[in-house]
Design a protein around this ligand. Structure first.
Ligand code: 13P
Ligand code: SF4
Length: 336
C-alpha cells in the first residue's frame, strides 16, 4: 500500500533540506512572515534588523535567504564573500519598488543639505544613494542620532515616516511610498477587531495605514513611548512580555505562527486575515530545496554599488538601539 500521508512527504522534504544545508555549510535565515514549515526549519527567524545582523556574523559559506529580495541583497552587501541565495527571484517588495535610485537622486538635488535615511525595504542602488539605513525597530534611534539642524529625507514608507515624526517630534521630508499589505490595514478593521476582542492588546507594525492614528488613540493598548515595539520582532517580544492573554495583531499574518508557538496559553487574532504578503509566500519548501541542490539563485550586488550601500547599513548597525538588541559591536563608520 502506498503511503499518501502528506505530513510524511513534508517531513522527508524537511530532512532533505536540513541534510543539504549541512553538506553545503549553509545557514537558512527566515523572515517572520515566512510559511510555518520554513520558520520551523530555519536556523534563525527574525525581523529585517535581526536577519541582517545574523547574516553579518555567520560562519556559514552559504546564506539561504527565505525572505524578499532586498533582504538577500542586504546580506550580500554585508557578506560579499559568501554565496547568498534566494529560492525565488520574484520575491520582491511593493514598498521597495516605490522608489528608484534615479528618483532618489532627483529628490536629493532638491534638498542638497539633507541627510537621507532609507528604510531597509529599498534596493541596493537606493541604499547606495543614502546616508543611513533603518528598519522598523530602529528608525527612531537612527533619526535621533542625526544632528537636529540637518533636514532629513525619509524614505520610502510614509506611515513609518509619520510614526517617526510623531515619536521624535522632528519634521521629516517623507517619500509617499507604502506597502500594499500594510496600507490596507486601516482603522476600520482594527476598530471592529477591538470590539470583537475588547480585552485584547493591540500590536501594530508602523508600516500599517492605521499606525499613527491608532497609536494616538490607543496608548492604552500600545505604549508609544516604548521604542522597542516597532518591528515584527518587537511585536513578538511584546507578546511574550505582556501580561495580556489576547492580542489583535496588525501586520502580515505569517507572524502569528511564532506568536502562538512562543505563547501557547495566549490567543492571537489578525487585525485583517487577508494581510498576506504574496512576495514572502513565494518561498516554499520545494524551491528552498532546489536552491540548495543547484546553489541558485545567487543574489550578487555589483561591487561599486555594494561598497556605497554598505556604509549606510553599517551606520545603522552601529546605532546603540540596534546594538542592544543583538549585542553586535561592529567597527565605527564616519557619520555623513
Ligand atoms: P520588519 O523589519 O519589522 O520585520 O519588517 C519587514 C517588512 O517587510 C515589513 O513588512
Ligand atoms: Fe514588502 Fe509589504 Fe511584503 Fe513587507 S509585507 S516584504 S513591506 S510587500
Amino acid at each position: 500500500m502506498s503511503n499518501t500521508n502528506p505530513m510524511t512527504c513534508q517531513d522527508s522534504l524537511i530532512d532533505e533540506i536540513r541534510a543539504l544545508a549541512r553538506d553545503r555549510n549553509a545557514t537558512i535565515l527566515a523572515h517572520n512572515y515566512q510559511i510555518p514549515a520554513i520558520q520551523d526549519l530555519a536556523d534563525f527567524v527574525g525581523d529585517s534588523l535581526g536577519l541582517s545582523q545574523q547574516a553579518a556574523s555567520t560562519d556559514a559559506d552559504v546564506i539561504v535567504f527565505c525572505g524578499v529580495h532586498f533582504m538577500a541583497e542586504t546580506a550580500s552587501i554585508l557578506c560579499p564573500d559568501k554565496a547568498v541565495l534566494i529560492p525565488d527571484l520574484e520575491a520582491g517588495c511593493s514598498l521597495a519598488a516605490t522608489i528608484t535610485a534615479d528618483q532618489l537622486r532627483a529628490w536629493k538635488a532638491e534638498y542638497p543639505d539633507a541627510v537621507v535615511v532609507s528604510y531597509v525595504n529599498t534596493s541596493a542602488a537606493v541604499k547606495a544613494e543614502s546616508d543611513y539605513c533603518c528598519t522598523s525597530s530602529n528608525a527612531v534611534e537612527v533619526v535621533q542620532a542625526i544632528p537636529a539642524e540637518r533636514p532629513i529625507l525619509f524614505l520610502p514608507d510614509r506611515f513609518l515616516g509619520a510614526y517617526v515624526e510623531m515619536i521624535t517630534g522632528r519634521k521629516l521630508v517623507i517619500w509617499p511610498g507604502a506597502c500594499h499589505v500594510h496600507e490596507k490595514i486601516g482603522e476600520i478593521s482594527l476598530a471592529e477587531k477591538q470590539r470583537e476582542h475588547p480585552d485584547a492588546e493591540l500590536l501594530i507594525h508602523p508600516e500599517c495605514g492605521c499606525s499613527t492614528a491608532c497609536m494616538l488613540k490607543s496608548t492604552l493598548y500600545f505604549d508609544c513611548a516604548d521604542s522597542h515595539v516597532y518591528s515584527t520582532e518587537g511585536m513578538l517580544k511584546r507578546a511574550r512580555q505582556s501580561p495580556a492573554s489576547e492580542f489583535v495583531v496588525a501586520t502580515e499574518v505569517g507572524i502569528l505562527h511564532r506568536m502562538k508557538k512562543e505563547n501557547p496559553t495566549k490567543r492571537f487574532f489578525p487585525a485583517d486575515e487577508n494581510s498576506v504578503c504574496d512576495y514572502m509566500k513565494r518561498i516554499t519548501l520545494e524551491n528552498l530545496r532546489e536552491a540548495l541542490v543547484h546553489q541558485r539563485f545567487e543574489v550578487k550586488v555589483p561591487e561599486a554599488v555594494a561598497d556605497r550601500a554598505r556604509l549606510p547599513i553599517q551606520r545603522m548597525l552601529e546605532i546603540p538601539g540596534s546594538r542592544h538588541r543583538h549585542d553586535q559591536t561592529p567597527a565605527q563608520s564616519p557619520a555623513p
